[in-house]
Write a protein that binds this ligand. Structure first.
Ligand code: ADP
Length: 258
């Protein structure tokens, strides 16, 4: 084969079956997710889009084990995380899931290297400074380990966050608007890096975004509307994603008006 990817990976990183999440009860209940079935193959880059209020954040929280669905199951690799108690779930999240958020949530008092090994500390593992230095080199920050986050640009800080998300070799990295706080050029560099971690390092990334350009870096885009899957797009282009979004917001507005 011509392809020199460091895989093949088989199976699914995440599987959702009939996932529902309802906030509140009775007449004031909000059905944020109404039954989501989804399989995310290992080694893929998935973007999740949808109009405001369509359930994207709730989806991410439930898929990542940060929130519990009201019904249905979520499997992370071979574990049904909806069956786990709080302690096991926290352990699993720390060792097998990575997070990159919009706000550049590095700890300002720690050095870059200390920030990168933080998930290992939290998971009760011995901090592997060499692995952290290698990870920093992979995200283009070789030699930056001794700096403080405030001495880096926004894009560099988000690269540190990606190195930190990768350090435990998680099964999935969840990214919530990871480029929302960056200018467009820096955003593109960070998105290219996320795509690189999938294509070259075999990571699995699930990214929530409202930006069609950001979504176009994924292999596949899933669209949510009113808590349900409303379509998907393979090999997305920014224009194709934007078209779908316009169509979806139109439908959402019509429903609200009727
Ligand atoms: P999105 O991320 O697509 O904007 P969310 O998942 O944040 O959508 O929200 C989906 C729906 O659930 C919205 O109607 C929102 O108001 C509601 N919702 C989200 N979180 C809560 C909560 N903690 N309590 C009550 N309603 C919520």
């Amino acid at each position: 084969m011509m392809n020199s990817r460091p895989r093949p990976l088989e199976g699914y990183a995440i599987e959702l079956h009939g996932v529902r999440r309802t906030y509140g009860r009775g007449g004031s209940a909000v059905h944020a997710l109404r039954g989501i079935d989804m399989r995310i193959p290992k080694g893929s880059f998935l973007a999740v889009m949808g109009p405001s209020g369509s359930g994207k954040s709730t989806f991410l929280q439930c898929a990542a084990g940060l929130d519990r669905p009201t019904g249905g199951t979520v499997r992370l690799g071979d574990v049904d995380i909806t069956q786990l108690g709080e302690k096991r779930l926290t352990e699993l999240r720390r060792s097998r899931v990575g997070f990159v958020f919009q706000s550049l949530n590095l700890l300002p008092s720690l050095t870059v290297l200390q920030n990168v090994v933080l998930p290992q500390r939290l998971a009760g593992l011995r901090p592997d400074r060499r692995a952290a230095a290698r990870m920093l080199a992979r995200v283009g920050l070789e030699g930056y380990g001794k700096r403080r986050p405030a001495q880096l640009s926004g894009g560099q800080q988000q690269r540190v966050a990606i190195a930190r998300a990768l350090i435990t070799e998680p099964e999935v990295i969840f990214a919530d608007e990871p480029t929302g706080a960056l200018d467009s050029q820096t955003a593109r560099e960070v998105l290219a890096l996320l795509r690189h971690t999938v294509d070259e390092l075999g990571a699995t990334v699930v990214m929530v975004t409202h930006d069609p350009v950001a979504a176009s870096y994924a292999h596949r885009v899933l669209f949510l509307a009113d808590g349900l899957l409303a379509g998907e797009l393979e090999r997305p282009t920014p224009a194709a994603v934007a078209d779908r979004m316009v169509a979806l917001s139109g439908v959402a507005q019509e429903r609200r008006a009727s």
